[in-house]
Design a protein around this ligand. Sequence first.
Ligand SMILES: [Zn+2]
Length: 311
Amino acid sequence: MFRETPLALPPLISKEMMKSTRYFLFAVALLGTLLSFTFNYVAITGIGDPLNNESDTLAIEIIEEIDPMLYDTSCVFERNWYNDRTFAYMGDKEVTFTDSTIIPICNVFHDACYPVKNKINSPFGHRGSRFHKGLDIALKRGDTVLAAFDGKVRYAKFNNGGFGNLVIIRHNNGLETYYAHLNKLKVKPNDTVTAGQLIGLGGNTGASSGAHLHFEVRIEDKPIDPAVIFDTETFTLKADHLELADVIFAPSRRSHKKVAYDKNATIYKVRSGDCLSTIAKRHGISVNNLYRLNGLSTRSVLQIGQKVRVR
Ligand SMILES: [Zn+2]
């Protein structure tokens, strides 16, 4: 049996207080359970809390998956966005890609479409004394011309430089496609378009002798052979990504300067699949010597048929 301690202190908590304390504790417990459910829900769904661990982990995983050689498209529709310039990057001294840059062409979210499923009248490349910077695709006046990839119309109007009615679309991957000599424009500047969407009707406007589509693909104004992306006979994609090392660019005035060879020089003609390091190895010369002999730099992109001095 317990005896009440003689030194019992006056109770700090009265019976009434105990009663209300019990209610208070019950309320706290209930609130705690509710809060815990809410936090778990937020943690699972990632709603409302930008710093919750679940989405943090996801973000880190995605960043790790991005290839550092991928073309930077973080501001693709803001950087050099001009509705009235044929060439949007002309003011830039440097390009932001190298010959190892990779450009994704299509994936499960973004489709691709050959603009006019018809034969080629004139390919990309040297045409007489000039360089033809696109493909001429046969069509009849009024035939539909379709957007090659998803993107946003940067330019859609008559062009005085010879393109005639011209549509330029900038794509999510940074490429731009040009559709020239159109009879009618079916899009406006800043329209969002999807691959395969009607953008204009074929025609013969501008410097053109007969209806056709002049189709160009450019990266920061530099023309790329569209035939490295599309098979021009089956009208299908050749690959889901483009490595700029494998790409044929039109020669720019600067990189096209003539190299004077002395009579002891050995000249090699660049073939498909060549790169500076394999050419150097095959001819027992260092890559640096190749640069020096040919006035090339690390930014130089070799073209098939280009003559390179190897000795
Ligand atoms: Zn053309």
